[in-house]
Design a protein around this ligand. Structure first.
Ligand code: SF4
Length: 446
């Protein structure tokens, strides 16, 4: 690469919010790196990029705090660039409130961010000229297969921010998969707002075709699917997950509620009866499947009776993983103006109750792992421990499998991305404690 000012300019990306933002940040990072910029630690960066999120109030608060902290702590040579969902919606308000921000962009504006950095870099006197390795080795990588959403959930801002549903062409996806595998990635996570819709805007090429094409690649890797709208899951999809060894038997199916009246108010399709039937069908065809879902508590008009029925549903199904949100009204959504908003105090109470019920279920389920041996992939290593994951644990959102190295000798061949066999010794509500049974050097990162 020619030695010019751009090759010396450094950036750092802070990603807030959901895994979808992680994918967007990955795309921006790739674009900047392929244009000669270097990703580095925040203190060495000339540009601090913050990818914001506004899905719930907590996420907004976190984004604002992160921006404030960056502009307060930035050095005179550093510039703060903010992008993502929050700035897409509140661009003017944020600029008014935090004028120290150097540049602001919305979602999917990677090209514009690149242009801004290129123009600004020519006026920058970069602080350092030493090359720093940019990539932390990872065992997994998210690959977005679609953007936007055509559904009209009344609580959700995504369709107005991300626009109509658009499938990404299979050639681009396959190229990204091959690039990831070449880097030694062992787990590819296909992601989209609702990947069951994949291909509806393509000519006769649907999610199952994409899964067949990806898993036909002759390499050692696994595929995880996120997120599947319950009403979009059909027998073809269940069958391929059941039969294809490369697809992890883990399904993330956001249900949001169990009660039909609330599902209708939320603009969701399906019913409690249909959801139960779907779960029975999945469990019958995919023995040992891990099921994750999310619920919203305190949606407008949710009565105590509705909430109690939701708890009954959770106790009946015994999901492996449950994520919960307190309903938080978002401007420009139908639910914002719905009558019967639930007081904050009740939302918190219901959130705590639901999480308490699920914590017990999760603990009971985790105890069933004790004494058994599983395959795990290594996500991180330090001198005292190894952080690994079973198939039943998705990165960043579920618990982990922890191996305490203070009582055992670390096999010399283990690296991030290695597959190891672990024996589960104990558990908490979400994490598992394990010891190493065997490692396989062939599976380590190149
Ligand atoms: S399916 Fe509903 S909740 Fe999910 S992104 Fe689309 S509108 Fe939002």
């Amino acid at each position: 690469m020619p030695f010019n000012i751009l090759t010396q300019t450094r950036f750092h990306i802070i990603t807030l919010g959901c895994p979808k933002n992680t994918v967007d940040s990955g795309d921006v990072k790739l674009l900047l790196e392929s244009s000669g910029f270097i990703h580095t630690e925040i203190n060495d960066a000339d540009f601090i990029l913050i990818n914001t999120c506004c899905f719930i109030d907590k996420a907004k608060e976190e984004s604002i705090n992160e921006i404030l902290s960056a502009v307060i702590n930035k050095q005179s040579y550093q510039r703060v660039v903010v992008f993502g969902c929050l700035t897409q919606r509140y661009r003017d308000e944020i600029l008014n409130e935090i004028p120290e921000i150097d540049a602001i962009f919305g979602v999917a504006e990677g090209e514009q961010i690149l242009q801004y950095l290129q123009q600004s870099a020519r006026n920058t006197n970069p602080k350092k000229t030493i090359f720093l390795p940019s990539n932390k080795v990872m065992s997994y990588e998210y690959i977005k297969i679609a953007d936007g959403c055509d559904r009209a959930c009344t609580f959700c801002v995504i369709p107005s921010i991300r626009g109509r549903f658009r499938s990404i062409h299979k050639d681009r996806i396959l190229k990204k998969v091959l690039d990831a595998l070449e880097k030694g990635i062992k787990e590819i996570i296909l992601i989209g707002q609702d990947i069951t819709e994949y291909g509806k805007d393509l000519n006769n090429y649907r999610l199952v075709d994409l899964l067949n094409d990806i898993t036909a690649i002759d390499a050692d890797f696994r595929l995880r699917l996120m997120y599947l709208n319950p009403t979009g899951i059909d027998d073809n999809l269940i069958d391929i997950v059941a039969k294809n060894d490369k697809i992890i038997k883990y399904l993330d199916i956001p249900m949001q509620h169990s009660e039909d009246r609330l599902l209708r108010l939320m603009g969701r399709r399906g019913s409690r009866k249909e959801y139960l039937k779907l779960i029975r069908n999945i469990r019958k065809k995919i023995p040992g499947v891990t099921l994750r879902t999310t619920f919203i508590v305190g949606f407008p008009t949710e009565t105590q009776e509705d909430f109690n029925s939701l708890i009954d549903f959770i106790e009946e199904v015994r999901f492996d993983r449950v994520g919960t949100f307190e309903f938080s009204p978002q401007e420009n959504t139908k639910a914002y103006n719905l009558k019967g908003q639930v007081p904050k105090r009740l939302k918190v109470e219901r959130y705590d109750t639901l999480m308490g019920v699920q914590a017990e279920i999760s603990y009971e389920k985790n105890k069933e792992y004790i004494g058994r041996i599983y395959d795990a992939v290594v996500d991180d290593i330090d001198e005292n421990s190894i952080l690994a994951r079973l198939d039943s644990q998705a990165p960043e959102i579920d618990g982990a499998t922890i191996i305490d190295l203070r009582n055992e000798v670390m096999p010399f061949d283990i690296q991030i991305g290695s597959r190891i066999k672990v024996k589960i010794k104990d558990c908490y509500e979400y994490d598992l404690l394990a010891s190493i049974v065997k490692s396989d050097v062939k599976d380590a990162h190149p």
